[in-house]
Design a binder for this molecule. Structure first.
Ligand code: ATP
Length: 235
């Protein structure tokens, strides 16, 4: 579904992505892990078209997406921290985005309902708690039925019940054939929702494997220990 070929990106003298090549298939949840500053968000932003790589290519369904726009309607994004106009009400933000995406006839409002956002529609974005803002971001990411979802630390800041709702939604959409890339540092969460783990260290792919194989190869039941073993080269 997504093929990344020899991707490189530098910010000034800092080389953030160093020749990254990888393919992701539909119907999978892939957890993107790695130390702070490893290049995870930069990779996501390249796929989203928010950052232009210096060289290499990204293909979706076999076609290069670089400098193209139409494909973006197929990619939903939930940022780590959503930035919204402080004075707009939740209702206005949702209406505005719906207006931009008038082409989509069947909107998915499940998260709006499950998070009870309608009851808070008249609250201004600037007055919301961090967690409620996250719920708005999650609802918007899933709203237009994108084939690809990129979720950056999606449950950070959500209370346990709200996090559970989001995890169920992720699994439901995966079953419908979507590709979901999740950046997360929470191993228990990765274990619950992901099929595969992509580990990026210092701008390079350290490993990319299924959770089943990572555990089998390291003979570890717990994913955190299995990953620590792979990182230390003990498998
Ligand atoms: N717009 C930018 N200009 C300059 N440097 C940047 C920019 N965006 C990111 N960087 C740098 O690129 C490196 C990789 O950042 P990135 O956000 O991709 O890391 P990450 O793996 O997502 O980290 P984290 O786990 O902390 O979110 C970091 O050193 C960061 O400071």
């Amino acid at each position: 579904m997504i093929t990344i070929e020899n991707l490189r990106k530098s910010y000034g003298k800092l080389q953030v992505l160093k020749d990254v090549s990888i393919s992701f298939s539909a119907g999978k949840v892939v957890s993107v892990i790695g130390p702070n500053g490893a290049g995870k968000t930069t990779l996501s932003k390249c796929i989203l078209g928010m950052v232009l790589p210096d060289s290499g290519d990204i293909k979706i369904g076999g076609e290069s997406i670089l400098k193209k726009f139409a494909y973006r309607s197929q990619v939903g994004y939930m940022p780590q921290i959503g930035k919204y106009p402080e004075n707009m009400k939740i209702r206005q933000v949702i209406e505005m985005v719906r207006d931009i995406r008038k082409d989509v006839k069947q909107v998915d409002e499940e998260l709006i309902g499950l998070y009870g956002l309608e009851e808070m529609y008249e609250k201004r974005m600037g007055a919301l708690s961090g967690g409620t803002k996250q719920k708005v971001s999650a609802a918007l990411a899933f709203m237009f039925n994108p084939q690809i979802l990129i979720l950056d630390e999606p449950t950070a800041g959500l209370d346990p019940i709200s996090a559970e709702i989001l995890k169920c939604k992720i699994l439901k959409e995966k079953k419908r054939g979507k590709l979901i890339l999740i950046t997360s540092h929470v191993m228990s969460e990765i274990e619950e929702v992901a099929d595969e783990v992509l580990c990026i260290v210092d701008g390079q792919v350290k490993f990319y494997d299924t959770i089943v194989d990572i555990k089998a190869n390291t003979q570890e039941e717990r994913l955190s220990r299995a990953i620590a073993k792979v990182m230390n080269g003990e498998d």
